[in-house]
Design a protein around this ligand. Structure first.
Ligand code: ZN
Ligand code: CA
Ligand code: ZN
Length: 318
């Protein structure tokens, strides 16, 4: 048979057509996160650098900058201007310092390489509690004197908790995106709940079929109706709400796995244990080993509650 270029072209087009849907669904799971931060390394107060407004948005999202909800016009405009410009001013410097202090880094106020590396890690979407405003309770003080360590756990502002009578919590599943089968999710979450059940006064049970539990778990893409839109692959992995809201959402755009085998996959159970901590009332911990530490490296498994997590939940409900 003679060589027929149109046949080859046809085959090529067919191949292209077949591969298009695959390309569309195949997300960029490079594990890189918050890439805008990369070129801000070395920035410090007094500079104006393109992209600094994105850092301000990041620090605002995670609790380090607060432009408030002042309806006074001049203050509102000032806040808006600050949030959208690229100026590294006093306010931004103190936010960077608070971040560095929380994460036990050298407090320089400069966007050094360590700070940038830390900020680029994928993380939980729940804002951090800035330590200065999270005064240590007398119990914490006593504990830290006793063990000669400073507890690193935190609570949400106002210490919201489940009421003392509410020790049996039910959970149900409702997703707007299909990522894993319900049986897989059910067994992942059941194991994660058991870890908290073993160290607290709570018991957890799946709600009866069709009923909405105290805790509702699901996968969602992008904006999903709770004012905290997800951000596609990487960056924010999941979030959950303080008591007694009970919402725990996974970002459906991550490469979720029950047993990660490479650096792009994120372990469902590890993240579930962390988010359940929020559901029960724990904020972030700055003990790197703690389950409640805000950032999480894809490809790793971190499912065991640590002393800091256990002390935190017991202090909250004592
Ligand atoms: Zn979190
Ligand atoms: Ca994400
Ligand atoms: Zn959500």
């Amino acid at each position: 048979m003679a060589f027929n270029p149109s046949l080859l072209l046809g085959a090529f087009l067919l191949l292209l057509l077949v591969s298009i849907p695959i390309t569309v669904h195949c997300k960029d799971h490079t594990g890189k996160s918050f890439d805008f931060l990369h070129h801000l390394e070395g920035c410090h107060k007094g500079q104006t650098v393109k992209g600094l407004h994105a850092l301000k948005r990041y620090l605002q999202k995670f609790g380090y900058l607060n432009y408030g909800h002042d309806h006074h016009d001049s203050s509102k405009n000032r806040n808006l201007k600050h949030a959208n410009n690229d100026e590294f001013d006093d306010l931004l410097e103190s936010a960077v310092r608070a971040y560095q202090s929380n994460y036990h880094m050298k407090v320089t106020g400069i966007l050094d390489s360590d700070t940038i590396q830390e900020m680029m890690l994928p993380r939980c979407g729940v804002p951090d509690v800035v330590k200065a405003t999270n005064a240590m309770s007398s119990r914490k003080m006593k504990q830290s004197k006793l063990f000669n360590t400073t507890p690193q756990y935190s609570f949400f502002p106002g210490m919201p908790r489940w009421p003392p009578s509410k020790t049996r919590l039910t959970y149900s599943f409702r997703s707007s995106a299909k990522v894993v089968g319900i049986q897989v999710l059910r067994s992942v979450c059941s194991r994660a709940f058991r870890r908290w059940q073993n160290v607290s006064h709570f018991t957890f049970q799946e709600a009866r079929r069709g009923a909405t539990g105290d805790i509702v778990i699901g996968f969602h893409h992008g904006g999903h109706g709770d004012q905290y839109p997800f951000d596609g692959p990487g960056n924010t992995l999941a979030h959950a709400f303080a008591p007694q809201r009970g919402w725990f959402h996974y970002d459906a755009d991550e490469n979720w796995s029950t047993n990660p085998v490479n650096m792009t996959q994120v372990d469902l159970e590890s993240v579930a244990v962390h988010e359940i901590g929020h559901i029960l009332g724990l904020g972030h911990s700055y003990d790197r080993n703690a389950i409640m530490f805000p950032s999480f490296s894809p490809g790793t498994i971190k499912r065991n509650l640590r002393a800091d997590d256990i002390e935190g939940i017991r202090a909250l409900y004592s």
